[in-house]
Design a protein around this ligand. Structure first.
Ligand code: GAF
Length: 388
């Protein structure tokens, strides 16, 4: 169902819950990251694009300090909160994401005095496709419009990241929120996470006879649990040992010298090597796409997977199986995407090979005794927007 069609259903349900039409309906997408993994909290480069899957929210403004939240994706009724009483890390439910955005807006000095919200999302949860960022951004955009805050996409993304870091308590970077807020249809977003400067890179695989498949392994991941935070802390330690603000500041040409300076810090050395080489891979992919050599990005994606598996150590048997099987079945490139420890892989393939690859991956999962994966084609889609 498109976000525009879902808008009607969501508005209808809103009326049933709250007894009046919503002031408007907004949509914000999940994302796939083409390349640039675990570089965002190192001030580096990323290259996500928006999925057609969105969180869709019907929202009305309130001026009495009450925030009412309801989702048709979760059991339970309307949750009612007092905006003055919102407290970081006090909520372990889905409501922490929208409430966190209200908290972050108010903490930044924006006078947001409440809202009625009903939402639903088609972004698969726990699949590494940014279902949380979509939830945050759709609320941020709705409140930005309803309270006439005049904030730009990148500013909303920063506030959503703060909501997730401080209110939810997950130490994520800025990629997912910026992707949801700023991506445009038919493009991948080349983002410098240090200053949030952006370039929209045309990415129309269909025109070139290729497809990008997303394979959701159905292995759920959770960022607020330890491993993501450990990698982040390890990267920060690496930057401190090397005397730079962030690993972004280690030039690729000086990587070997930097690694040598890390002495017997073997684990830190692996993290640093991943981040520095990954930034270089993003720049290579941008250069290839801009010179029309789209097929040639395949091996760079695959290199990225090896680095995440062997150096950053955040893959899992299911993700590795997708990559190995897809490559053996003729894929041009494949890698895990997102935070890791489960979630999804992406596969770049010629149209003619899509069915063979899909079947091979499904059969390999069955043979390994893994839960059947969910495979779909990812088309670069629009970023957050008002749909009604
Ligand atoms: C998750 C985080 F939310 C992002 O900020 C990013 O670090 C990503 O993992 C890894 O590239 O999606």
């Amino acid at each position: 169902m498109s976000s525009e069609v879902a808008a009607g259903t969501v508005a209808e349900r809103f009326k049933g819950l709250y007894g009046a039409e919503p002031d408007g309906v907004w949509a914000a997408p999940g994302r796939v990251n083409l390349i640039g993994e675990h570089t965002d909290y190192n001030d580096g480069f990323v290259m996500p694009f928006a999925l057609p899957h969105t969180a869709v929210a019907a929202v009305s403004r309130r001026d009495d300090g009450v925030l009412r939240l309801h989702s048709s994706d979760v059991e339970g009724g309307v949750v009612e909160l007092d905006v003055d009483a919102l407290e970081p890390e006090s909520d372990r439910n889905w409501t922490a994401y929208p409430a966190g955005v209200v908290w972050a807006l108010r903490a930044a000095g924006h006078e947001v005095t409440g809202a009625d919200v009903h939402l639903t999302s088609t972004v698969p949860a726990g699949a590494g496709l940014s279902s949380s960022a979509a939830l945050e951004v759709v609320i941020a955009l709705a409140l930005n419009d309803l309270y006439e805050l005049g904030l730009k996409g990148w500013q909303l993304a920063r506030l959503c990241q703060r909501a997730e870091n401080v209110y939810v308590g997950a130490p994520v970077g800025i990629m997912d929120q910026t992707a949801s807020a700023c991506c445009t249809a038919g493009h991948a977003l080349f983002l410098d996470t240090r200053d949030l400067s952006q370039r929209q890179i045309p990415f129309d695989l269909a025109a070139e006879g290729m497809r990008l498949l997303v394979v959701d392994t159905q292995v759920k991941h959770e960022h607020s649990t330890g491993e993501y935070g450990k990698r982040r802390a390890g990267c920060e330690k690496g930057a401190a040992l090397l005397g730079v603000d962030a690993l972004r500041d280690i030039p690729y040409a000086e990587l070997d010298a930097a690694l040598a300076r890390l002495g017997d810090e073997e684990e830190i050395r692996r993290l640093v090597r991943h981040v520095v080489t990954e930034d270089e891979r993003v720049e290579r992919v941008v250069a290839l796409l801009e010179s029309g050599e789209t097929r040639a990005i395949g091996p760079v994606l695959t290199e990225g997977h090896a680095s995440l598996r062997d150096d950053f150590r955040i893959s899992c048997p299911e993700l590795d199986l997708v990559v190995d099987t897809a490559l053996s079945a003729g894929a041009l490139g494949a890698r895990m995407t997102g935070g890791g420890f489960g979630g999804s892989a992406i596969v770049l393939a010629d149209v003619a090979d899509v069915d063979t690859i899909t079947k091979a991956v499904e059969e390999s999962f069955a043979a390994a005794g893994f839960t059947a994966p969910r495979v779909f084609e990812a088309v670069p889609s629009a970023g957050a927007r008002r749909v009604r």
